[in-house]
Design a protein around this ligand. Structure first.
Ligand code: PEP
Length: 251
């Protein structure tokens, strides 16, 4: 089980430090649940300093596909490694929607992340229009293939996929446990086609989209849901820790 908090463009430095410290102090080692905090770039180093040596690790919310050069405002995989990141969220729907990211650009970034030893958390998910048109499975399968085709399987625990239906992100509306389970099983079969059935079994598939303490148990107990990518509920320690505890129960 893996629970990742996507802090997006929120918090100032004192608040980020306080949140990371509270989460770290509430989790005793060792824990069966992996916890990853994904703050804004400016706080990565500070958050890593606070959680280093605990069960909590640090991830970024995006990165560039090149390692260095004239790319003003961008950040590379090796830079993220140098400030302690182990994970990176790639292809989040907000990146696709507002910053023009495509399956092809996500694939380049995934390959680069893997090359530099970062665990990519690859986000996929359909829009409401696509779901209502009965296209959800086709769209999500296309995103999975588009982001991962040709990428060498990086090994057990080294690749994560997050199913985040766009209509459930930040809306308070959640996929039902049955809807989420059905899509996760579909994603796993796509992964089995790209890699192997055995490899696909070792890829954590997270659910994301208005996960909160009230619905976490039902979602996380589904057989193909291996954790959560949490937005709004990751910005305060109590709800986030309640979701981590639900993941411990789901085992
Ligand atoms: C997200 O954006 O990754 C997310 C899951 O957000 P929220 O939990 O707020 O829906």
């Amino acid at each position: 089980m893996l629970i990742a908090g996507n802090w997006k463009m929120n918090l100032d430095m004192p608040a980020a430090r306080h949140l990371a410290g509270s989460i770290r102090n509430s989790l005793e080692d060792p824990r069966p649940v992996e916890v990853v905090l994904c703050p804004a770039y400016a706080y990565l180093d500070a958050v890593y300093g606070l959680v280093h040596g605990s069960v909590v690790s640090v991830g970024a919310q995006n990165m560039h596909a090149q390692d260095a050069g004239a790319f003003t405002g961008e950040i590379s995989a090796s830079m993220l490694r140098s400030v302690g990141c182990s994970h990176v969220i790639l292809g989040h729907s907000e990146r696709r929607q507002y910053f023009g990211e495509t399956d092809a650009s996500v694939r380049e970034k995934v390959a680069q992340a893997v090359l530099f030893g970062l665990v990519p958390i690859v986000c996929v998910g359909e829009s409401l229009v696509e779901r209502d048109a009965g296209q959800a499975e086709r769209v999500v399968a296309g995103q999975v293939r588009g982001a991962l085709k040709g990428v060498a399987y990086p090994g057990k625990g080294r690749l994560v996929v997050a199913y985040e239906p766009v209509w459930a992100i930040g809306t308070g509306r959640t996929a039902s446990p049955d809807e989420a389970q059905a899509m996760h099983a579909h994603i796993r079969s796509e992964l089995a086609g790209l890699f192997s059935t055995g490899d696909a079994a070792h890829i954590d598939i997270l659910y994301g989209g208005s996960m909160k303490p009230e619905n976490a148990d039902d979602l996380l107990s589904q057989p193909d849901i291996d954790g959560g990518l949490i937005g709004g509920a990751s910005l305060q320690a109590d709800p986030f820790l309640a979701i981590v505890r639900a993941a411990m129960r789901a085992g």
